[in-house]
Design a protein around this ligand. Structure first.
Ligand code: GAL
Length: 992
């Protein structure tokens, strides 16, 4: 049957016809770069070249995928899913390691990103900040802003000067890629990000709008209100279009089945009647905090059911732009994460998961996106009186297009939380006559947490659709016929009525479909149950009726020579019609037939003349059994040479948040912004000191550890702690050396007043009992604000000894290190930092896409009192907190792994109290597809002895001659308890 069908379709469709319908809604894939367009809007929608556009957007963060070739993979997957736009934040801090310095090369090449979006056929919604939030360190503010003047996100000068630096650069890049110039696909520009919450500096917002204009931005601007709160609707500082962000399920994924009663946003329509209503961030998932329950729960909370109900309710409310945050979340590699909100994975439960696999939710987005793009009347509708459902548990909303009369009915439960199955009929009136009972046979079934979006009175190509109780996935003119793909839930009944002047010829090719002809009205009624795929030819219409599972096999692509439909592969990335040959590229997870509906006589699949996909080859991953290891933290030894370290003796702080203890110790004041930082303090012995009171700000889940004269005193979590000095630890005479290793878990977002400026590192120190003075030296990531590794950049490394010595890098000569296995106890001797290195040789098959991750684990019953930084080929791809979780699996971004060659894996393990460490590290295969795209290994330096040379340690003790300064205020509530770590309980995030 399938074979017959394919040959029928291929043979029958020979006429080349011009592109119509949905293709105009998205930029053509091979658009000449000189063609200019207009982007405008009216009360209904954004309009491109005068055509109303329903924006169906996908949020993607390039900074969470440090692999420009892989951007193409994700963008193609987004486009193939039926999204017509990609929404892009630009992260200021990611590009700027110090004031005046901006990097737009390599993994930061946003020009390339914008080109890739254009090439994928996606419009771009540009969101350059200056503030972005996004669960990134500092909410996108560079950490150097902490020591600069001016309150963040206000029109105070110091801040505005710095923000201008960034905006002038990023704006000009965005401007060059505007659709209006014909040199890109940017169609909208967001001003700030959810600017509200006590702030209402209209001058600031207005300044950002004026900067954008003067930098050449001429596409419409919009605001994303942090909820439907009526901020920036009009007046000074209000951008052109009002939009609000909507996360109605919230961010607590721990009860993934507990829904909120989802809101109806229709009331927002009145706020700004002259502009369309858009949701720049519509909930596409949720983030999960340290100690959370894991992204499988977020994926469930915001799954297929939620996506369907939520987005259809927004359509019913009159929203004509929805952009889903996130569509691909990615990885908080390095020290990119905001520590209050998230751990390494930013999977987000999004439709494309962190390892770039397509989820069930992706299929729901495809059904919705294909609909939105093909039924163009949707972009221009008015709310209309809705029929009362026959079951009062249900609610019906109705919208009508004022020009062509197309009607849209959203049918769902009045209370979206319920799980009951209910049934209704509807009454329909309109240009096609009155139908007091739709469907005429049976009922419309609405399952728990379902919503249906039904269309009536619609010109479906050359056919007149009176109504259907199936949903439209897509329709297209292919060759000389109309093709429509309808769908419904398996086993639910469907009824479709089409209008013809005289009785049409009906051929049921597949499935069980009955027809009835009403000669008086000219109605052809088709009745059926959704089950697999039914196929009916009605005059010039090819009607495909699928159940939801079947829709996953279907793909639509709009080529320059017209739309094509493809059935079979697990992904169709691109399609080109070339002289009767349909050239397809895409992925497959199994061997299956490719069936096409196209105006073509021949098909090629990934360059080969075949209409059959293949399964990927099985792969073998090496076991990581043999490791080299080395203890570090020589900084804790009293004789360690710190003469080249920075002296921390400043008596005034640049950061206004720092107004207490002197000398100023906070790490950012000395240009060290990310990861771990060492302090070494000296005090002359009096013999009477009993304890050391320290106050360190590590950010949530961060920690610090203390040694005195090489003896370990203990560790603490974020905040103040007093460490007793055990007998015999103090020097009999001369200097005592205090070594403190402080982890900075990342910088806060800016959701309070200068909250992102909260200092990190040591803030206060006092020797208790001995009237003595402390002088300090500090050491952090190599190069400080001039990181030596500019390819991976400032977020990749902190100041662990091993990091400064290049131990994380490929090519480091570890031949002098001891051999070990992770499963044994070797090296797990107690508190301290130690490194493990191994190499993994891979020979993955070419021509397929393998998603690889690294799992860390320790045997049950062994101590979890450790954390590890995981480096793959020098990239910090993950941070494992054994006692906090939940993450144990770390996706290795595509392009970081050498798929045919050697890979260096390095673990920097820090135990604070007990002998502990990982018991195993395992490479795992998260999914393979035949096909994929070519992703080259990302360029980044290997070990170079000249760059990473360390002075021979243990040389001499240098005593700093800094003046004594007693602390101006005692550290925060020092406790005298034996050293125990004081942690925020897992899962507590003070985010909002
Ligand atoms: C929004 C914000 C985004 C992101 C999101 C939650 O309020 O604009 O940047 O933080 O919440 O993931």
């Amino acid at each position: 049957m399938k074979g017959r069908w394919r040959s029928l379709l291929l043979a029958a469709l020979l006429t080349v016809i011009p592109l119509t319908g949905p293709a105009a809604a998205t930029p053509a894939q091979a658009k000449p770069r000189t063609q200019e367009h207009t982007v405008a809007y009216d009360q209904y929608s954004v309009k491109v070249d005068g055509e109303p556009l329903y924006i169906w957007g996908a949020e993607f963060h390039y900074f969470r995928l440090p692999s420009p070739d892989a951007w193409r993979d994700v963008l193609q997957k987004i486009k193939a899913d039926g999204f017509n736009a990609v929404s892009l934040y630009f992260d200021w801090g990611y590009h700027s390691a110090k004031p005046g310095s901006y990097d737009f090369t390599g993994i930061r090449d946003v020009e390339r990103l914008l080109d890739e979006a254009e090439r994928a056929g996606l419009y771009v919604i540009a969101r350059p900040g200056p503030y972005i939030n996004a669960e990134v360190s500092g909410g996108g503010f560079p950490a150097w802003r902490k020591t600069r003047k001016g309150v963040n996100r206000t029109s105070e000068t110091g801040y505005l000067d710095d923000a201008r630096e960034w905006m002038s650069r990023i704006n000009r890049i965005i401007a060059r890629h505007q659709l209006t110039r014909g040199t890109g696909t940017v169609i909208l520009y967001q001003v700030e990000n959810e600017y509200q919450g006590g702030r209402h500096d209209a001058d600031y917002m207005q300044t950002l709008i004026e900067w954008a204009k003067s930098d050449g931005i001429d596409v419409p601007t919009f605001v994303n209100d942090g909820g439907a709160n009526k901020n920036w609707v009009s007046g000074k500082g209000a951008p052109a279009i009002y939009g609000f962000d909507a996360y109605p399920q919230g961010f607590d994924c721990s009860q993934p089945d507990a829904w909120k009663n989802l809101p109806d946003y229709s009331y927002v329509n009145d706020w700004k009647p002259e502009s369309p209503l858009i949701i720049p961030e519509a909930q596409g998932g949720a983030f999960d905090p340290w100690g959370g329950t894991g992204y499988q729960d977020c994926a469930q909370l915001t799954g297929t059911d939620f996506t369907r109900v939520f987005s259809k309710m927004n359509i019913a409310a009159g929203v004509t732009g929805q952009s889903f945050y996130m569509t691909y979340g990615g990885t908080n590699w390095g020290w990119l994460a905001d520590p209050n909100a998230v751990y390494t994975s930013y999977d987000y439960g999004a439709p494309i998961n962190e390892s770039r696999q397509l989820t069930d939710k992706y299929q729901e987005f495809k059904r919705l996106g294909y609909f939105v793009n093909s039924v163009r009347s949707l972009a221009r509708t008015d709310r209309a009186e809705a029929p009362t459902p026959s079951d009062e548990a249900l609610r019906v909303d109705r919208r009508v297009n004022p020009d062509d009369g197309t009607q849209f009915f959203t049918v769902r439960h009045a209370d979206t939380r319920v799980k009951d199955k209910d049934e209704t009929t509807l009454s329909l009136t309109g240009a096609d006559g009155d139908y007091p009972r739709v469907p005429q046979q049976g009922t419309i079934t609405v399952d728990g947490r379902d919503a249906k979006l039904l269309v009536a009175g619609y010109d479906l190509g050359d056919q007149r659709l009176v109504y259907s109780t199936s949903e439209i996935m897509t329709h297209a003119r292919v060759g000389d016929r109309d093709v429509a793909l309808l769908y419904g839930r398996k086993s639910e009944a469907g009824e479709t009525v089409l209008r013809y002047a005289k009785r049409p010829k009906v051929t049921v090719l597949d499935g069980d479909v009955t027809t009835a002809w009403d000669a008086e009205r000219g109605d052809l009624r088709l009745d059926y149950t959704h089950d697999g795929l039914a196929r009916v030819l009605v005059n010039g219409l090819e009607l495909l009726i699928a159940d939801t599972a079947e829709t996953a096999r279907w793909w639509r692509q709009d080529t320059a020579a017209g739309p094509v439909l493809v059935r079979g592969p697990s992904l169709v990335r691109t399609a080109e019609l070339d002289d009767g040959t349909l050239k397809l590229t895409g992925d497959s997870t199994d061997a299956s037939k490719i069936e096409v509906i196209a105006d073509a006589t021949k098909v090629t699949w990934n360059g080969r003349e075949t209409a059959v996909t293949s399964a990927p080859h099985p792969i073998e991953l090496p076991e990581l059994t043999t490791w080299k290891y080395k203890e570090e933290a020589p900084e804790s030894a009293p004789g360690f040479d710190d003469s080249a370290w920075t002296t921390a003796a400043r008596l005034s702080a640049n950061n206004a948040e720092l107004d207490g203890s002197l000398p100023v110790l906070a790490m950012d004041e000395y240009g060290y912004h990310h990861g771990d930082v060492w302090y070494r303090g000296r005090f002359t012995t009096t013999g009477k000191a009993t304890a050391i009171a320290l106050n360190a700000n590590t950010g949530p889940t961060g920690q610090y550890a203390v040694w005195l004269n090489g003896s370990y005193l203990g560790s603490s979590g974020d905040g103040a702690h007093t460490f007793d000095i055990p007998a015999g630890t103090l020097a009999a005479e001369g200097d005592n050396v205090l070594s403190v290793l402080v982890e900075n878990a990342g910088h806060n977002e800016e959701w309070g007043h200068d909250y992102s400026k909260e200092p990190r590192g040591l803030l206060g120190a006092e020797v208790i009992g001995g009237a003595t003075t402390l002088t300090w030296k500090i050491q952090g990531g190599r190069g400080a604000e001039n990181p030596v590794d500019t390819a991976r950049g400032q977020y990749n490394n902190g100041g662990l000894y091993g990091e400064r010595a290049g131990w994380s890098l490929p090519g480091y000569p570890d031949n002098g290190w001891s051999r070990t296995t992770l499963s044994g106890q070797t090296g797990k001797t107690g508190p301290g930092v130690r490194w493990y290195r191994t190499t993994a040789g891979l020979d993955l098959p070419r021509g397929q896409d393998d998603a690889i991750a690294l799992d860390l684990a320790e045997p049950k019953g062994t101590s979890t009192d450790y954390r590890a930084q995981i480096f793959v080929n020098g990239w910090l791809i993950g941070r494992y907190l054994a006692d906090t979780g939940p993450q144990t699996r770390f996706v290795i971004p595509k392009g970081i792994l050498h798929e045919q060659g050697g890979n260096t894996i390095a673990l920097a393990v820090w135990s604070t109290e007990k002998a502990s460490g990982p018991g195993s590290a395992t490479l795992v295969d998260l999914g393979a597809s035949a096909g994929g795209i070519r992703v080259r290994t990302v360029d980044a330096p290997s070990y170079d002895a000249r760059t990473y040379a360390m002075p021979a340690s243990g040389a001499r003790v240098t005593v700093s001659a800094e003046p004594f300064l007693s602390p101006a205020r005692p550290p925060r509530s020092p406790s005298r308890s034996p050293c125990r770590r004081t942690r925020r309980p897992p899962g507590t995030s003070n985010w909002r």
